[in-house]
Design a binder for this molecule. Structure first.
Ligand code: BDR
Ligand code: CA
Length: 320
């Protein structure tokens, strides 16, 4: 399979996390998924971990799943069940799995994977949840930093938020964790709302998935169809935010980017959880402007690539 990109995915499935995993499953020739770790973002830790196990098994991903933290560093947990449904996966019911957790401590599990890498090798971390697991990893075991090539994360926005006028959900749920990750010195790629809101599927595309005889397409349709429940609110399209970090890895040409210096508002004010993208190149040295911000996306290319990928997942277990 040639030189595949080694990836660890930290997630909170979550409808769009679930579809991101389908995308990863379709691209195993290019991506080597070393682990899926969970955090209690979109739903409780037990729900998102059950979903991660079932999704991995359903898509035929032979990858270990480790359970992560159940709460943010400082504040109370924040879930999003009104967007993701009671189970976290919308209307989708996956076959029960016998797949077992590889670990109930995601932080230690990631540390061990990084420590066991052959000399000179690095891993890309895909983050599609609040950053609590990663922050703990970097605080407790700072020596693993050099094993992380980059962190490509869904979160934040240069302009505007979704959970508040200023903040995006993943960052708002644990800004203190984001602060630790942003200041780690590891190269960052921010796949924020500026790009991910353009990375959507239309109502017709989702209906087509729901009516498909292909089990992966049907499962993805049943997941994302849930967000069409309120067409006014969702404008007849559903953003698939969490597929963007994976697609950026394989198709950076679908996105516009700018360099910046990234920070996060950890105050208790109206700006709490907002990502601060400092684009002022004239104030900073070139090597300080190391963070990459996705500022725009090509909707048509995203839709076509995601659609084709979902239909191409092989090795899945048939849905109920
Ligand atoms: C992000 O928050 C979650 O609801 C989604 O799974 C995505 O990771 C979008 O703001
Ligand atoms: Ca997510």
């Amino acid at each position: 399979m040639g030189d595949r990109i080694k990836v660890i995915m930290d997630c909170d499935p979550g409808i769009d996390d679930g579809i991101a995993l389908a995308y990863a499953a379709a691209h195993q020739d290019e991506l080597e998924l070393l682990a899926i770790t969970t955090f209690a973002g979109n739903a409780t830790i037990d729900k998102v971990t059950k979903n991660a196990l079932e999704l991995a098994d359903f898509y035929g991903l032979k990858v270990p799943v480790a359970k992560g933290q159940e709460r943010p560093l400082v504040k109370e947990p924040l879930h999003a069940e009104e967007f993701h449904g009671e189970t976290g996966l919308g209307h989708c019911v996956l076959p029960e799995t016998k797949k077992e957790l590889a670990s109930d401590n995601a932080v230690l599990f990631i540390r061990d994977i990084l420590n066991d890498l052959p000399e000179g090798e690095q891993v890309t971390v895909i983050e599609t949840a609040p950053m609590t697991n990663l922050a703990l990893l970097l605080r407790i075991f700072p020596e693993v930093k050099e094993k992380i090539r980059q962190i490509v994360f869904m979160g934040g926005a240069a302009k505007g938020g979704n959970i508040t006028p200023a903040a995006e959900f993943n960052i708002y749920a644990d800004p203190e964790a984001a602060k630790i990750v942003f200041s780690s010195g590891i190269p960052l790629v921010m796949c924020g709302l500026d790009a991910t809101l353009k990375c959507n599927l239309t109502r017709n595309q989702i209906m087509k998935l729901c009516q498909s005889g292909n089990p992966v397409a049907k499962a993805c349709g049943d997941m994302v169809g849930y967000v069409l429940g309120n067409p006014t609110k969702y404008r007849c399209v559903a953003s698939i935010h969490d597929a963007v970090p994976f697609m950026y890895l394989l198709h950076p040409e679908f996105f516009k980017t700018e360099k910046a210096l990234l920070d996060v508002d950890c105050s208790e004010g109206a700006g709490r959880g907002a990502t601060l993208c400092d684009f002022r190149w004239w104030l900073h040295e070139e090597d300080e402007m190391k963070d990459i911000i996705l500022t725009d996306a090509d909707t048509g290319n995203f839709q076509q690539e995601l659609f084709e990928s979902i239909y191409s997942v092989s090795g899945c277990r048939a849905a109920k």
